[in-house]
Design a protein around this ligand. Sequence first.
Ligand SMILES: Cc1cc2nc3c(=O)[nH]c(=O)nc-3n(C[C@H](O)[C@H](O)[C@H](O)COP(=O)(O)OP(=O)(O)OC[C@H]3O[C@@H](n4cnc5c(N)ncnc54)[C@H](O)[C@@H]3O)c2cc1C
Length: 397
Amino acid sequence: MDINYTPEDEVFRSEVKTFLEAELPKDLSDKVRAGQKLDGEDFMRWQRILGQKGWLAPRWPQEHGGCGWTPMQVNIFDEEAYLAGAPRVLPFGVNMVGPVIIEFGSEDQKARHLPGIARGEVPWCQGFSEPGSGSDLASLKTAAVRDGDDFIVNGQKIWTSYAHFSDWMFCLVRTDPNAAKKQQGISFLLIDMKTPGITVRPIITFDGMHSVNEVFLEKVRVPAENLVGEENKGWDYAKFLLGHERTGIAGVGGCKAEFEKLLEIARTEKKNGKPLIEDPLFAAKIARLEIDLRALELTNMRMLSGSGTGLNGAFPSVLKIKGTEVQQRIAELQMDAVGVHALPWQQAAMDPAWNSGTVGPDYAIPRMPAYIDRRKATIYGGSTEIQKNIISKALLS
Ligand SMILES: Cc1cc2nc3c(=O)[nH]c(=O)nc-3n(C[C@H](O)[C@H](O)[C@H](O)COP(=O)(O)OP(=O)(O)OC[C@H]3O[C@@H](n4cnc5c(N)ncnc54)[C@H](O)[C@@H]3O)c2cc1C
């Protein structure tokens, strides 16, 4: 593929910049730039703005509300949005269940769910992991038993991100406990979170944040029309979805914006009276990181353009590992760059009401929380070890 920007790409870039200048609310970009916590409404407000413009689902076919952008345009939008301080788009609707419904859903499911996702109006969450069934996801136990036109669902999900403000959950359930292989007895259900029998309990992570939850399902009645594709074929749809999830986790646009922030900090901080960026050891670390970031970007574009292996191959796993490693190294270097000012753990600084600036420069305050936050990327979407297993099976055996 040609990786140079064409004159048309540059016209598109200025259209994106104009849109962001006009439509990205300043209070949101201020929060993002200051590294403060975003609540559900912050995420959804930005998604609705993108949805109204028709720019929330760049990779969907146009007939379903997608943008019809080229891979270069997707890349440009991502880059500019993050540089402008836009909140990230929550992936669960648009990048995860959306593609599954488009590929495997019924016409009714498409008509019912895709417009709300593309308009950014309906938040979704992912009910895959269970206590004891994370890496070994196919061992999941949440049971769905047929009862007339419904399934009755009983079980528990865990680590369910943003379940506390989601309207719907896409969920893996066991519909055949006697299947010869555990992967063969799993189905993919769409569950309305307002259905009686669902309890969401928060899990507060050790950084004091609330993004993940436990979800308990007790005699939850789910209409059989909410089954996606065929009964007991859910594992195939889950693998398809995980390919999209892992590709998205690589987060190239976010990495580029954070890398720019790193450069800004390294130009401002001083070592031996000179800008830190002129220190040969630090400059070498930045150079190494920039090479890896560029390689990540190119690999991502190869993936988006369809050159190389398809979504179900090893590509998403490679992107997930490299993307999360780059994110973590950027956060680490940002922390190194601000030195002792990254040391105080200032929980209150994550709150928009925080207005101090007494401990070091403002840009230093979110460095430690960001560093801690990025560590979890090794685990979610399938841990690094599991991705390595997938790559070795796909490429080496
Ligand atoms: C912040 C966060 C958000 C999440 N959001 C969601 C969500 O929205 N929805 C959802 O369904 N899930 C979510 N998850 C769950 C996530 O997918 C699982 O945590 C992950 O798959 C690991 O499963 P586990 O926690 O059960 O760990 P385990 O499977 O118990 O793994 C523990 C450790 O053992 C290693 N390990 C396990 N098996 C192997 C093996 N065969 N070979 C080598 N090493 C192995 C793992 O790499 C890991 O380091 C989230 C997790 C986190 C941390």
